[in-house]
Design a protein around this ligand. Structure first.
Ligand code: NI
Length: 387
């Protein structure tokens, strides 16, 4: 690997930042200590950070004269998980943990800022460092955009560490890389009664059973098999006792798709199936579908630029076509301006790639990944803003 020397020189600083963030994780829109620390660090580099962007976000511009403006984004929030990793820099906040690697994202972006602020005036353009709160479900990106974080920005880039691949691999792909992540709730209203006298009742559990099966046919029978989609019912609630016919059952789940067309198809088919099942069983069914993050769709030219910058670091191990049905609110930026979201392999154990998945209580990463990301960023900045 060709880790940039500017980054090697500050390796311990980057790792210290990550471990500090890791010990003091904060939930979405509560990143107060986190943003204060980021602000202090950026000021110590000679930058003038803008605080409280998108509630608890921070941005800072590094200007090198006239030229394009490149946005580099890191997310800041942690998850409501009790850490069990056993690391000596475990979370000191009960029930809160950086279990997705956002601590690493912030450390990588600070490292990039540190390296770039030490450079002579050798670029034509501006780098905007964007520290965004609330990626985990609340769509902090939208608040950042509303507060002007993209104003004047020509292109935006973002990294996610990726524990399903080893250090030394980088996932870069043109087009969709993460899915739309929608939620839905279904409430079946039947008519309860005695378990031994079903006549005259509407058994919500029978309706729910049919519905779960029928909804699975959307992915298997309605969507194009060459285009990935998912419909998952993750929760069912209903019933009181073994001898009572349940009056009400609620179900909730998630739908995933890489395109708006498939997203609409799933939504429409769900409504039709629910309608049909309600008629079949004479039940009333309420359907509430909530759009989550849109699909994350990379733009061609920025993706090609990342690929080149990544190849300069990891050679042919760049451009692995990683795809996931997970969701990311980086998608909101990509709806506004061109950009690319890419994945930096960070699996702590090369032999057991799925042993420490994201969002698990023993999540940890190979911290060498934290040198790969900033090296790619430096190459990217060299290639775009270099003379
Ligand atoms: Ni994440």
């Amino acid at each position: 690997m060709n880790i940039r020397t500017e980054i090697k020189e500050i390796e311990s600083l980057i790792i210290d930042w990550r471990r500090d963030f890791h010990q003091y994780p904060e939930l979405s829109f509560e990143e107060h200590r986190t943003s204060a620390l980021i602000g202090d660090e950026l000021r110590s580099m000679g930058l003038e950070p803008r605080m409280n962007v998108g509630k608890t976000g921070v941005t800072a511009d590094l200007k090198f004269g006239d030229g394009p403006v490149i946005g580099l984004r890191a997310d800041m929030d942690a998850l409501p998980i009790q850490e069990t990793s056993g690391l000596d820099f475990m979370s000191k906040h009960d029930g809160v943990m950086h279990a997705c690697g956002h601590d690493g994202h912030m450390a990588m972006l600070l490292g990039t800022a540190k390296a770039l602020t030490q450079k002579e005036n050798s670029y034509k353009g501006t780098i905007r460092f964007i520290f965004q709160p609330a990626e985990e479900g609340q769509g902090g990106a939208r608040y950042m955009i509303k507060d002007g974080c993209l104003d004047g920005v020509n292109e935006i880039y973002g990294i996610h560490v990726w524990n399903y691949q080893p250090v030394g691999e980088v996932g870069v792909k043109d087009g969709p890389v993460l899915a739309a992540a929608d939620m839905f709730k279904i409430k079946i209203k039947g008519k309860g009664g005695h378990g031994a006298a079903p006549q005259g009742t509407v058994d919500s559990i029978v309706v729910a059973s049919h519905l779960v099966q029928a909804l699975q046919t959307i992915v298997s029978r309605n969507t194009n098999p060459l285009e990935s989609t998912v419909v998952t019912i993750g929760k069912i609630n209903g019933g009181h006792n073994f001898n009572i016919i349940a009056e009400e059952v609620t179900l909730s789940g998630t739908a995933r798709a890489y395109t708006e067309e498939n997203r609409t198809l799933i939504k429409t088919r769900m409504a039709d199936i629910i309608d049909g099942v309600a008629k079949t069983y004479n039940a009333e069914i309420l359907f509430d579908y909530e759009d989550g993050y849109p699909p994350t769709i990379n733009h061609s030219e920025p993706a090609a630029r990342v690929l080149k910058a990544a190849e300069e670091v990891v050679g042919e191990k760049a451009g692995m076509p990683y795809l996931s049905m997970g969701g990311e609110d980086f998608s909101y930026y990509l709806q506004k301006i061109p950009g690319c979201f890419f994945f930096v392999g960070s699996a702590p154990n090369k032999q057991k790639l799925f042993e420490t998945p994201h969002h698990c209580s023993h999540f940890t990463m190979d911290e060498q990944a934290l040198l790969v990301g900033p090296s790619i960023y430096l190459n990217l900045v060299d290639n775009i803003l270099g003379n």
